[in-house]
Design a protein around this ligand. Sequence first.
Ligand code: NAP
Ligand code: MG
Length: 503
Amino acid sequence: MVMTAREVDPRVQAFLGGGPKRLLIGGDFVEAASGKTFATHDPATGDRLAEVAEGDAADIDRAVQAARRAFDGGPWPAMTAAERSRLIWRLADLIEERSEVFAQLETLDNGKPLTVARRDDVGGTVEYFRYYAGWPTKIEGATVPVSVADTFAYTLRQPVGVCGQIVPWNYPLMMAAWKVAPALAAGCTVVLKPAEQTPLSAILLGELCLEAGIPPGVVNVVTGYGETAGAALAAHPHVDKVAFTGSSEVGRLILRAASQSNLKKVSLELGGKSPNIVFADADMDAAREGAAAGIFYNMGQDCTAGSRVFVEHGIYDDVAQFIADQAAKLRVGPGFDEATEIGPLVSQEQLDRVLGYIELGPGEGARILSGGGRAEGAELQKGFFVKPTVLANARNDMRVAQEEIFGPVVSVIPFRDVEDVVRQGNDIAYGLGAGIWTKNLAKAHRVASALRAGTVWVNTYGATDAALPFGGFKESGHGREMGFEAIHLYTEVKSVWVNLAES
Ligand code: NAP
Ligand code: MG
């Protein structure tokens, strides 16, 4: 059955109706201090979905104060680990109960195919909260054999405090989950700032935190713009840690704001331009499909998008043509249509940016094998649809190969041998992901070790799991999310010395 945009779930309609969405501060839904609101739009049609409170520095300050109170004197960090665990698990159950509501909100606000929103964004979020629900009872310190007589020494791992969390629009709910879940598990309190393009699912997440019984002030949600609300959060002197996912450009601003205020801890998950490497000895069906899926998933709006496909000499033409044929077959349309594989980009700004790179490619000497502009069809002209685009004869030093496009545009680059592809693959400012396709096990492990990237996929591409660390080398970021690494991000280690000598 193909669902049309007219069949929006009544619970989604209820959420979107009834006046501007408000900020969540200290357990209350409140207007911005300025009284201002801004609109969020459906990228498939350009239609306005809802008005949302435009929080700014004054609201961030109120939210930080609420989070501060909830941390310094509130029940959350003091409650038993088992109780915290149960509340996080209950939150996961509530998200699961509202799966369809969240999925439709993501598709309406971001544009992504509903089938993907259901399975990956919402399904992944539920699993993610469940994984971290298990952590509070497992955050341990150590007893340490210091070489001082009559001394007992141990470590405590304690919550870092009030966390500012600034997330992007490509996976709005999931990016919020990646940050909120480990912070809660560690006993921190949170001020969450979703992206201006996609604020809706974060607001619903905030509602469910309260419904789950997580105490007021533990999770605060301030919608608004990056330059005002986001910047105020990064600079706030009473925020202990800021976690950010987004562009490298803003990542630099966050570091500067932290260094110029209270030296708060910073973790950054920034962009990428990941190499996806096809060797001639690969399982060719799997490799070619993996190369195409690695870039076109989520319309290429993915920090680990395999946007540089390296293909070994001899099979170059075949693989490039296969990816181009796949690109041409992908069904472009509104995310609400269940047959859609490629939805719109998130905004006019992203559309302009991506089209700019598509124009740039041929100017640099690349050849458009497939796609190459806006999607056709009268019903798509109001939205931000672009055709999946394959740039062949690309070189690693072209701008289309060096700069993050963040759209369904892939540069296909030839290589000679292992040494050549490791050199080219690493010749970039980023280091987030990498893919390797080969049947030669020794070669796979050698190349996996040599590539400077936070995640390497061998004969697969793009998977993430709550248990496995995720983050970037080089300009792709600071720190690792997921697994115990994220518990590290949200805790401080305290060393305790006890003199056992009898006086
Ligand atoms: P962005 O500006 O880095 O946005 C990410 C988040 O940071 C948003 O919540 C944004 O708020 C906020 N922000 C913006 N300026 C800020 C500031 N001065 N201080 C604190 N927070 C601030 O990314 P974008 O402009 O949406 O996208 C631009 C490019 O970034 C993309 O084309 C892509 O290359 C890259 N990107 C990467 C990822 C990733 O997962 N690594 C995700 C998204 C984008 P507002 O949105 O409200 O302004
Ligand atoms: Mg929107």
